[in-house]
Ligand binder design. Structure first.
Ligand SMILES: Cc1cc2nc3c(=O)[nH]c(=O)nc-3n(C[C@H](O)[C@H](O)[C@H](O)COP(=O)(O)OP(=O)(O)OC[C@H]3O[C@@H](n4cnc5c(N)ncnc54)[C@H](O)[C@@H]3O)c2cc1C
Length: 414
């Protein structure tokens, strides 16, 4: 089978072939007998991160499993399952996830491997919900890693560098209701003076801007029905119609707004499961800055916005709670994600990212692993306290670099 392209068409895979094993045993056989191999999720990353010179392994044909352990409050899920599929089954059984990304279309193992996150002062990355990981190593051996065990915190955000994940257990909680309200009228002054109040407005809060100096474009608040009512934000008004965060994009692509409570899975993601999320023809970048440097980062971006504004479809500002996963963007610190949806123009975007990284990397901004960035191993190493430990773990698990590719050579240094 031909390996094809990323979801956005931003990268054409150079792999020799695409394999679709039907069982974990077939994954083990494949890995034991294949020289160069990498796992492929739902292709929603924007770069060559998943690519290989050898065989790409899709887990789409593995039997789907979604099994809730009500006592442990975990769900066992097969790696290729999408969050949309997982969420629908959880909701049927009366259970929920604590966080979701902006889109439900992504595969669980792919999202977890890149530190994917949603928004919320108390919401950690999707990776931080992982309690157990089944991974097939380069010799075909299947290992189960559990939270608290020595290699676990290094392996969850693993970038596909440590093996093929076949099954995960994730933390779950009883199902809950969420209402979503979009507001307009938020100004930069209000955001800067009341940043903590704004991001605390709900379970999940997103601010959208195109770096227009007059006002921020939109504020979206997703509030749990079991939490106190949302306070009004100075100067803002609830939108009187459904808003898409992108100019001219169809409003029926986003999850219901208007403050009407509904199941968590129909409100936490921005985009509905049954439609194309975002724009489609686009690139994305994101930098995860320490929360206590976020206002400096925003001031720096406003100063340098002329260098990137013309390529920008929208920027989303969101928060992520700290975790302990070595390569997580939120490792060891509460974090603010500064996300950029760009026109699909790779050379121009890479050029625009140069001055942006000059502002954000010195503030501790860690690039999202699944999106477009320029920094290489020399710039990334100081941003992650456990970077050297991850390299050591990789040397032990995959000394022959059977899971190696160009992306890992650039970002990990070999
Ligand atoms: C429209 C859109 C919206 C997005 N919104 C968000 C958002 O809200 N928040 C956010 O953080 N990110 C967001 N992203 C980025 C996206 O979540 C990440 O790029 C994520 O990795 C995509 O998962 P995937 O399954 O498509 O992974 P892929 O792109 O297929 O693969 C990514 C990496 O995971 C590895 N991998 C995949 N499966 C396995 C496996 N079974 N075992 C081991 N490694 C594996 C691959 O080898 C590769 O290194 C968005 C992307 C798009 C296109």
């Amino acid at each position: 089978m031909r390996p094809g392209r990323t979801w956005a068409g931003s990268h054409t895979f150079g792999a020799e072939r695409l394999a679709r094993p039907r069982s974990v045993a077939e994954v083990q056989d494949l890995l034991a007998t294949t020289e160069r191999v990498r796992a492929l999720g739902s292709r929603h990353s924007f770069t060559d991160i998943a690519d290989t010179a050898g065989t790409l392994v899709s887990l789409d044909d593995l039997p789907r499993e979604v099994l809730v352990d009500e006592t442990a409050r975990t769900v066992s899920v097969s790696a290729g399952t999408t969050y949309g599929q997982l969420a629908a089954t959880l909701e049927e059984k009366g259970w929920a996830l604590g966080a979701m990304a902006s889109l439900p279309h992504i595969a669980v193992a792919g999202a977890v491997s890149t530190g994917t996150h949603g928004s919320g002062d108390g919401s950690r990355t999707l990776s931080a919900a992982v309690a157990t990981l089944d991974v097939v190593g380069p010799d075909g051996t299947l290992r189960t890693l559990r939270r608290g065990e020595p290699d676990f915190a290094g392996s969850v955000v693993g970038l596909g560098a440590l093996g093929v994940v076949t099954r995960l257990e994730l933390d779950v909680e009883p199902s809950y209701l969420v209402s979503q309200t979009a507001y307009t009228g938020l100004t930069w002054t209000t955001l800067e003076e009341h940043f903590d109040d704004v991001t605390a407005l709900g379970h999940s809060v997103s601010v959208f801007t195109s770096f227009d100096e007059r006002e921020l474009r939109q504020l979206w608040v997703k509030a749990r029905a079991d939490a106190p009512p949302v306070e009004a934000v100075i100067g803002t008004l609830p939108a009187t119609r459904t808003l898409h965060m992108l100019d001219g994009a169809p409003e029926d692509a986003v999850t219901p707004q208007g403050g009407v409570p509904g199941p968590w899975l129909d409100r936490l993601p921005h985009f509905r499961t049954d439609v194309t999320p975002s724009r489609g023809a686009e690139l994305q970048s994101e930098y995860l800055v320490p929360r206590d440097r976020a206002l400096e980062a925003l001031a720096g971006l406003r100063r340098t916005a002329d260098a990137f504004r013309d390529l920008l479809q929208v920027c989303e500002i969101r928060t992520v709670a700290a975790d302990d996963l070595w390569l997580s963007g939120a490792y060891g610190r509460d974090t603010v994600g500064l996300h950029f949806t760009w026109d699909l123009a790779i050379d121009e975007v890479r050029e625009a990212l140069a001055p942006m990284e000059e502002v954000l990397l010195p503030l501790g901004g860690r690039p999202h692993w699944g999106k477009v960035f320029r920094a290489g191993a020399a710039e990334l190493a100081p941003l992650y306290p456990r970077f050297a430990d991850f390299r050591t773990l990789r040397d032990r698990v995959d000394p022959d670099r059977r899971f190696g590719n160009g992306f890992l050579e650039r970002t990990l240094g070999d």
